[in-house]
Design a protein around this ligand. Structure first.
Ligand SMILES: Nc1ncnc2c1ncn2[C@@H]1O[C@H](COP(=O)(O)OP(=O)(O)O)[C@@H](O)[C@H]1O
Ligand SMILES: [Mg+2]
Length: 625
């Protein structure tokens, strides 16, 4: 009887004596793929894959038997066909009549179990390390499992989450009661639900996530679990929004750009003919009044168009290396005269502010527009603060751009303590014709123009504001890359700009302009002497006449002024080379006078390329021409 049990139990059973097989039941034979004859009388070693596995199995067996009379070990066998199987062995010493040293063992093939376990562990690790949040609940919605991404994303630790009702995460922020009921209906009916959820974190903040919730059924067909895979998509939504905004601004820009360009040309024609008609009329002509009105209206239209052109970046710009501080100080002087006293204007400029490549006139327009808006937002008075600062952005996404922004920028901030704006207004402020001001007060073009100019300068603009809490505009302008002594400043196209090594005397009472001119000339190899008045210029020239090859002379200076200085210079040396720079178009008579002497002009504002070219031209003319 015993023998037949031994033969057919579904467990491998064997008896060994001194590591040699004495008995093996059918199941054991099946497990290893050898017949009884092949096994009996042979060493156990034959079913182990290698010495190492065999030795360590034997050692472990002896150790456990020494301690507790039986041993349970996991090891690996090699079947006759070469396949490796995982086995669970229980071994105990087996005393018979006289013989000792026999052991009886049972063997279970646990290969499949092991594989399943490894699979499970792999899955667990994958879910643990997943970027997405994974939550498993039971059918009632009680949380049974969360992964670390969930802990991080919601602020609930695993301990807190387990046993908690999943509905705690429902924010109710954007979705109402019926919304959640529909979700539950879908998943409870055995279908997968997919969509966006607005979820509340432990700390009360909410975020939007993309979720897939799948019901899990037991083998008997009961719905036992829900598994939810959720991903925080707040960033993505924000970027989508910014992308849309950028695309919209681009589209409006293109649209207005097309119209304004043509419209501007039409205005030119109207304006031109009005001018002609005005000239032809006698002072007492009754039409004169009407023509004047047309002229005025045309000029008004032209002002509007200029702003639209700036927005759609269709304006010619005169960019040059510029210290924004200087521009800020100048403009603030103007603002103090025009902005009501009850608004307190303060300025906070950074020392060593980096240079930017900017159109000074446009910078002034930006400042004026922002200041006027601030004024309008503070009808009862308040504070207007204008600041500059050097900043380095490192992949920040904060800017109106959807791609991260990196690099060195000059930051211009204009803030006020006015009535601020709500979210809806904020969204539209840069659009042309968007205004909240009453008819006649606002055109809605100011910020569009600011936006266009900033973009045209390769910069970024953002606005922060809340109702009742004031407003701050932050404008980022890329820092001008400084170049080596004779290298081009921007691109290869600039490489053919001529430089030289002559000495040039700069005469201008405006420090800023002298700075710009000197900077450019030195960069292109010239030696530079400076004078801030006609008198000083004559003195320098007297001393260094032999060295100086060219004088760049401003006409509009206090004291003796440019023209008299020029006359004096000519008296000292009739062959002196002078390039006259003028801030305003010289009127007819003066121009004629100068032309008669074949003087060289350059009209401000001029770009550095233009200046360098003119300088080289004049220097290369034969002396005494
Ligand atoms: N500093 C500010 N404070 C509050 N609201 C502002 C501020 N600047 C701009 N805005 C809002 O942006 C809108 C658009 O500004 P803008 O383009 O300059 O046009 P306008 O000034 O002609 O209305 C304004 O009508 C106003 O609602
Ligand atoms: Mg405005």
């Amino acid at each position: 009887m015993l023998a037949s049990i031994f033969k057919c139990v579904p467990t491998g059973i064997g008896v060994t004596q001194g590591k040699v097989f004495r008995h093996a039941n059918d199941t054991l034979c099946e497990m290893v793929g050898y017949s009884q004859e092949e096994l009996l009388g042979k060493s156990e070693r034959m079913i182990y894959p290698d010495d190492k596995t065999f030795d360590s199995a034997q050692r472990e067996k002896c150790r456990q038997i020494g301690e507790q009379k039986t041993a349970t070990i996991e090891t690996r066998w090699r079947r006759k066909d070469g396949k490796i199987i995982e086995v669970l062995l229980t071994v105990s010493p087996f005393e018979t009549y006289s013989r000792s040293g026999d052991t009886i063992f049972t063997a279970l093939d646990i290969t499949e179990t092991k594989e399943l376990e490894a699979d499970r562990r792999r899955l667990e690790r994958a879910i643990d390390q997943a970027f997405d949040m994974v939550v498993i609940t039971d059918a009632a919605g009680t949380i049974r499992y969360v992964n670390p991404a969930f802990e991080k994303g919601t602020g609930y630790s695993r301990e807190e989450a387990l046993g908690m009702d999943i509905r705690i995460l429902e924010s109710g922020e954007q979705q109402d009661e019926p919304f959640y009921r529909r979700v539950w209906q879908v998943i409870a009916s055995g279908k997968t639900w997919q969509g966006r959820l607005v979820t509340r974190k432990k700390d009360g903040t909410v975020f939007t996530e993309q979720a897939i919730i799948t019901p899990i059924f037991s083998e008997s067909g009961d719905l036992v679990n829900y598994i939810a895979i959720r991903r925080d998509i707040s960033d993505q939504i924000r970027i989508e929004g910014q992308l849309q905004h950028a695309a919209k601004m681009e589209a409006i820009g293109t649209l207005t750009g097309g119209i304004t360009h043509d419209f501007n040309n039409l205005l030119q024609v109207i304006y031109g003919y009005v001018q002609i008609l005005l000239m032809e009329k006698e002072p007492d002509d009754p039409d004169l009044k009407h023509l004047k009105a047309i002229e005025k209206a045309t000029r008004g239209a032209s002002d509007l168009i200029q702003q639209l052109l700036a927005f759609s970046r269709k304006l010619e710009t005169q960019k040059r290396p510029l210290n924004l501080n200087q521009k800020v100080r100048e403009t603030v002087k103007l603002l103090r005269k025009t902005i009501p006293r009850m608004i307190d204007i303060s300025v906070n400029t950074a020392d060593n502010l980096e240079m930017i490549n900017a159109d000074p006139v446009q910078m002034e327009q930006i400042l004026l527009n922002l200041a006027v808006n601030a004024r309008d937002a503070m009808p009862g008075g308040g504070k207007l603060l204008i600041e500059t600062e050097n900043v380095t952005l490192e992949g920040e996404c904060v800017i109106t751009h959807f791609e991260p922004v990196t690099g060195r920028y000059v930051l211009l901030s204009v803030s006020d303590t006015g009535h601020g704006m709500d979210k809806d207004t904020l969204e539209h402020i840069f659009e042309p014709f968007y205004t909240t001001k009453e008819v006649g007060k606002g055109t809605g073009l100011g910020l569009s123009m600011v936006y266009g100019i900033v973009k045209d300068h390769g910069g970024h603009i953002i606005c922060d504001s809340k109702p009742g809490e004031g407003t701050i505009f932050r404008l980022y302008f890329p820092v001008l890359r400084s170049a080596g002594p004779v290298e081009g400043m921007e691109n290869e196209e600039d490489m053919d700009i001529p430089g030289g090594n002559e000495t040039i005397l700069l005469v201008d009472d405006d420090n800023m302009i002298r700075d710009f001119e000197r900077g450019t000339l030195v960069k292109y190899g010239y030696n530079v002497l400076e004078a801030d008045s006609g008198e000083q210029a004559l003195e320098v020239y007297r001393k260094r006449k032999e060295d100086i090859s060219l004088i760049i002379l401003d006409l509009n200076m206090p004291g003796m002024g440019g023209i008299r200085c020029f006359d004096e210079l000519l008296r000292m040396d009739p062959a002196v080379k002078v390039l006259i720079s003028t801030g305003y178009s010289i009127d007819g008579r003066e121009r004629e006078k100068l032309m008669a002497r074949a003087v060289e002009f350059i009209e401000k504002p001029f770009g550095f390329k233009q200046m360098l070219k003119r300088v080289r031209e004049i220097l290369d003319q034969p002396n005494g021409a």
